[in-house]
Design a protein around this ligand. Structure first.
Ligand code: SAM
Length: 287
């Protein structure tokens, strides 16, 4: 089989030029140009020949090709219509790949999973514009679809926040959200120099392994509201940060709840574990 791997700036430039392709900044089009990074993502992402993959934003197919070599079946969803003829060319030898033209923010994921993967548990791989990455991860986790894991390229700082533990400066509402659903692991740090064009930030690839057993939470909505309110005012004591308008609860009631949970009201959000927040939120009246 002809080796069509797009592993150099020249090869990427040539194919873009050949198709007279204009890069779109708003679609976050920074394409990978380093074969070692592409191989590492697939290897450290733990992709095996049994895997069914949904790749979001295949671009010109660099990562798609490597995924299709390792995995059983790959479906790519690409928003930019102008990339479709390029993908057709770069992936023409790959029989186990299907490219769908669509917007991951608008697509009915449940229907897509049913149609394309017929009930198989899948892995998601994505390298997307950073402003839509966190909302997409949120949606994928909240919809509780049949997913084993998510392997995603994100801004280095965001990856650090996702894996952060209690009492660290990166610990945030995002850490608790991600760790409620998954065991996150940074598998690779990626310098900006391996993209064309070069972005302004460094990135990390994070692997989110979905948990079989989640922490027990009485009411998920109240739990995440409490967490968000606490971290929205992270410099305040927990007693003050939870007495926010959004939660509609008096300071006295908060004090009572904290006492019942055996939590010092002078602590701050960053000193509390997810279990502490679960306890607190279980005593909250309906919001
Ligand atoms: N995966 C390729 C790579 O690593 O070289 C391309 C990554 S590039 C950072 C992001 C890709 O996501 C682009 O091809 C862009 O057109 C596509 N994209 C952006 N927004 C999207 C959306 N809402 N749905 C699907 N694809 C999208």
């Amino acid at each position: 089989m002809e080796d069509r791997r797009l592993y150099s700036p020249k090869m990427v430039r040539d194919i873009l030029e050949k198709h007279n392709f204009k890069l779109s900044k708003s679609l976050g089009q920074n394409f990978l140009i380093d074969g070692n990074i592409v191989r590492s993502i697939v290897e450290k992402g733990g992709i095996t020949e049994k895997d069914f993959i949904l790749e979001i934003g295949p671009g010109i197919g660099t990562l798609t090709e490597e995924l299709s070599i390792k995995a059983k079946y790959v479906v790519g969803i690409e928003l930019d219509e102008a990339l479709l003829p390029i993908l057709k060319e770069t992936l023409r030898e790959r029989k186990n790949v299907e490219i769908i033209h669509g917007d991951i923010l608008k697509i009915d994921l449940e229907e897509l999973f049913h149609k394309e993967f017929k009930g198989e548990s899948i892995k998601i791989v994505a390298n997307l514009p950073y402003y839509i990455t966190t909302p997409i991860i949120g949606r994928l986790l909240e919809e509780e679809l049949n997913i084993q894991g998510i392997i995603v390229m994100i801004q280095k700082e965001v990856a650090r926040r996702m894996i952060a533990k209690t009492n660290s400066k990166d610990y945030s509402a995002l850490s608790i959200f991600v760790q409620y659903y998954t065991d996150p692991e940074i598998i690779l740090n990626v310098p900006r120099s391996v993209f064309l064009p070069k972005p302004k930030v460094d990135s990390s690839v994070i692997r989110l392994n979905l948990k079989n057993q989640k922490m027990k939470v009485e009411n998920k909505e109240i739990f995440f509201k409490v967490v968000r309110s606490a971290f929205n005012q992270r410099r305040k004591t927990i007693q003050n940060s939870l007495s926010s308008k959004e939660l509609n609860i008096s300071k006295e009631k908060i004090k009572e709840i904290l006492t019942l949970c055996n939590i010092d009201p002078q602590k701050r959000a960053e000193n509390l574990t997810a279990e502490d927040f679960a306890k607190i939120s279980s005593l909250f009246p309906p919001i």
